[in-house]
Design a protein around this ligand. Structure first.
Ligand SMILES: [Zn+2]
Length: 241
């Protein structure tokens, strides 16, 4: 496996496949739509069904170029398997992840290349992002930043992918945005670049909306200081209705 199925076919959330290898509590499938998580994104959740039963898929584990699916129980699976990601959970992660890119892009542009020091998306529709941002007024930051994010959502900018060599990625200023977690190159030595067209390009292995307009509005819940060089921004997706 050189690329994740969910990178090649982001809209396909259910696949009929078969077992390649198994160990207690985990299975390696011929194909699987599960994203293993990473870079602050939670691993996909879902269900695996086969002729004799079903089991919840609770995560993924990328190891040795293979993507294993972690199971809620140590159960033996055989034969044909339908591997299906929970669409609501994936959509939540994808919206939050796209939102953090927009936030990240605006901070990067407004604060002369401020880098990300951490990120975490949560299953309650919130996320946080930490920036190396030593000198800013949190209260003055909040309103314009929230307006800026929602303006990008309203513009419905398309999101595109391409693959570049690790050397080219390292040479482009700002492409590796996260100071602590750079995405690993694929087996073929390439790094995946996510572009929000007209706004931002950065290396990332997560899942993202096909265009920014598919996101619910984003609120900035809180901005606070976590150390001299660590500004924590919490965002949340507006609840429906
Ligand atoms: Zn991303």
């Amino acid at each position: 496996m050189s690329r994740y199925f969910c990178h090649e076919y982001p809209e396909v959330l259910s696949v009929l496949t078969s077992v390649v290898d198994a160990r207690p509590g985990a299975v390696l499938l011929g194909e699987t739509p599960f994203h293993p998580g990473g870079g602050g994104q939670l691993a996909d959740r879902g269900v695996l069904r086969w002729s004799e039963g079903g089991v919840r898929g609770v995560g993924g584990e990328a190891a040795g170029g293979e993507l294993w699916t972690l199971l809620a129980a140590a159960i033996a699976i055989s034969g044909a398997v339908q591997s299906a990601v929970d669409p609501a959970f994936r959509d939540l992660m994808t919206q939050l992840h796209t939102g953090t890119h927009i936030l990240n892009a605006l901070v990067f542009q407004d604060f002369r290349g401020a880098l990300v020091t951490g990120a975490q998306m949560n299953d309650d529709g919130t996320a946080r992002m930490d920036f190396d941002l030593p000198d800013a007024d949190n209260n003055r930051l909040r309103g314009p930043l929230e307006a800026g994010i929602n303006d990008v959502i309203r513009q419905d900018l398309p999101v595109r992918y391409r693959y570049v060599s690790i050397d080219d990625a390292a040479a482009e200023r700002g492409l590796i945005r996260n100071r602590s977690v750079a995405p690993p190159p694929d087996a073929d030595g390439l790094v995946r670049v996510v572009e929000i067209v007209g706004l931002d390009r950065q290396a990332c292995g997560g899942t993202h909306l096909a265009s920014t307009g598919r996101s619910r509005p984003v609120r900035i819940l809180k901005i606070d200081n976590k150390g001299r060089h660590n500004r924590r921004v919490r965002i949340g997706l507006a609840t429906a209705g």
